[in-house]
Design a protein around this ligand. Structure first.
Ligand code: NAP
Length: 255
């Protein structure tokens, strides 16, 4: 087992792990020795397939349905982990959404509320619950949190989705702030900022071919894969990154 920071099993919760980057993180981290709670919202069958892949790697897995924007559902998910899985030792705040292309002068309040509820409030609330369980201040054994930001936080998403970019800017600030807040409590907090990665998220924003149509925007001239992002996430969770906290790593082909 390459996860050397604990001698006993510990659970990693990956939000939005039924497909895309979250699914790749779940499987790669299982191979590195984590037991995994696979969170999803709609696609139970896909989440169960990811859980099976975790079990095939020799680790425990549970698939848990919860909208991270719904506090009651999120609390119930953490209670299930407490009851059915080894103690929580890691959290990957991966669940995130885009929306159709829109300028700021076309933005509705409902769109903003959905975007920030999932991308920002979900990350805050899941992190709160993880800190309550992992922090030495609360009697926990420490742990690691990795947040999925986006290079959109740097670029601003003009003409495309400034709201999404701003939600990821909030994640960058949250990462630095929480990292410093819990630095003496055994918890490291970092973020990965993917560039354009070939997943279903682009179809959900109405642009299924976006990853391959955007290669001219990428210095390396190709979109990234979910597994290339998962490798960085797994490293940040591991003991190899034990002196790394408050860091934000671009995995973006140079974008
Ligand atoms: P994706 O393929 O669209 O997958 C999104 C996952 O999140 C699915 O498992 C989905 O589950 C889940 N999900 C959606 N809303 C949720 C909610 N309210 N509560 C819990 N789970 C929810 O996305 P992805 O491309 O892998 O992106 C993952 C993360 O990386 C996101 O935070 C995204 O912003 C970030 N990112 C992606 C890219 C990219 O180019 N792909 C670039 C930069 C950053 P169901 O299918 O079951 O609903």
């Amino acid at each position: 087992m390459s996860r050397s920071h604990v001698g006993t099993s510990r659970t990693l919760l990956v939000t939005g792990a039924s497909r895309g980057i979250g699914a790749a993180v779940a499987v790669r981290c299982a191979q590195a020795g984590w037991d995994v709670a696979v969170n999803y919202t709609r696609d139970a069958a896909a989440a169960e397939r990811v859980a099976q892949a975790v079990r095939s790697a020799g680790r425990q897995a549970v698939a848990l349905q919860a909208d991270v924007a719904n506090e009651a559902a999120l609390m119930a998910m953490f209670a299930r982990i407490d009851a059915d899985m080894p103690p929580l030792g890691g959290l990957v705040n991966n669940a995130g959404v885009v929306d159709a292309m829109a300028r700021v002068d076309e933005t509705t309040l409902a769109r903003l509320q959905r975007m920030f509820a999932i991308n920002v409030f979900g990350t805050f609330l899941c992190s709160r619950e993880a800190v309550r369980r992992m922090s030495s201040r609360h009697g926990g054994n420490g742990g690691a949190i990795v947040n999925l930001s986006s290079v959109a936080a740097k670029l601003g998403g003009p003409g495309w989705y400034v709201d999404y970019a701003a939600s990821k800017g909030a994640i960058d600030t949250f990462t630095v702030g929480l990292a410093r807040e819990v630095a003496t409590e055994g918890i490291r907090v970092n973020a990965v900022r993917p560039g354009i990665i070939d997943t279903d998220i682009h179809a959900s924003g109405g642009q299924p071919d976006r990853a391959h149509q955007s290669t001219a925007l990428i210095p390396m001239q190709r979109p990234g894969t979910a597994d290339e992002v998962a490798e960085a996430v797994q490293w940040l969770l591991s003991d190899a990154a034990r002196y790394t906290t408050g860091a934000i790593i671009d995995v973006s082909g140079g974008r």
